[in-house]
Design a protein around this ligand. Structure first.
Ligand SMILES: [Zn+2]
Ligand SMILES: [Zn+2]
Length: 289
């Protein structure tokens, strides 16, 4: 049977409006206006548009300037930093293969991110962090150097830090501690267990849950959600990725936030409105808007 790639139907609207704390509108089909309207129609009235490279970060800043419902974050993705230094042998980049630029190219790109981070509608620096799933040992040094630079940029501009942590929990927590985390730090697509949620809570880090919290095999994630302080919990799509059950494999977009949020309310055994109200104020606090 061919995979179903049609967009899932819109869920019933939320009564309390919330924000999608992490999305990639530039990787979704349709116009930004349509995507925002579709989201607003189900109570997702705000989105945080996340940059992954210099071009994407410029686009995020421009899109946030044009739409009050959009806030931007800017960064070089943890998989992007080693590509800038070493080239793109695995072809993972959206922009295709590119020649190795060396450390100087990384410094230039970081300077661009630094300049964008100063803009008023840019509310965060990220997604940055460490990704040991896609980046091999050869790219580790460039990735960590880039992560440390992003932490410094976030702190200097007083912006939130958005963390991408894939199979790198210990090192991400270590680097944050060594550098000193910014006042507001968000673990996007939180992927730790309940023990790590405890550590994040002690440091006041926000934990943003994505559609994978609904997956059958994601019990450790639900256990983490169950123990995380409610005032540190956010929700996100990371769209077009991580479409929540029962729509796994079909395209994700901000209008599907209610599906994930309802599953989260169930895990916490609180009603949907209370979950939405908490998430709404948490996201505004995390990104200071
Ligand atoms: Zn990510
Ligand atoms: Zn992302």
């Amino acid at each position: 049977m061919p995979a179903d790639t049609t967009p899932p139907p819109p869920p019933p609207p939320l009564r309390v409006p919330v924000a999608d704390s992490h999305t990639h509108l530039d990787m979704q089909s349709g116009t930004v206006e349509d995507g925002l309207a579709k989201a607003a129609a189900v109570g997702v009235t705000t989105v945080v548009q996340v940059g992954c490279d210099v071009a994407g970060s410029r686009w995020a800043a421009k899109t946030a300037a044009a739409h009050t419902a959009v806030h931007a974050t800017v960064a070089l993705h943890p998989n992007e930093a080693p590509r800038i230094v070493h080239g793109d042998p695995d072809g993972w980049s959206r922009q295709g293969a590119r020649p190795a630029g060396g450390e100087g190219a990384l410094d230039e790109a970081l300077a661009e991110i630094d300049a964008l981070a100063a803009l008023p509608h840019v509310k965060g620096v990220g997604e940055t962090g460490l990704d040991y799933f896609r980046t091999g040992p050869g790219g580790k040094a460039a990735q960590e150097r880039s992560f440390r630079a992003h932490i410094e940029i976030a702190k200097r501009h007083g912006k939130a830090l958005v963390i991408h942590d894939r199979e790198a929990h210990e090192d991400v927590l270590r680097v944050l501690k060594e550098e000193g985390a910014p006042e507001r730090t968000v673990f996007h697509c939180y992927s730790g267990d309940a023990d790590m949620a405890q550590l994040c809570a002690e440091s006041g880090y926000f934990m943003s849950f994505a559609g994978n919290v609904t997956f059958k095999n994601a019990k450790p994630l639900r256990d983490a959600l169950a123990v995380a302080p409610l005032e540190l919990v956010l929700v996100e799509t990371d769209a077009p990725f991580l479409t929540p059950a029962p729509y796994r494999g079909r395209p994700n977009a901000p209008y599907l936030i209610p599906v994930t949020l309802r599953a989260m309310a169930e895990v916490r055994a609180i009603d949907e409105d209370a979950m939405a109200a908490a998430i709404s104020s948490n996201t505004a606090r995390a990104f200071d808007y």
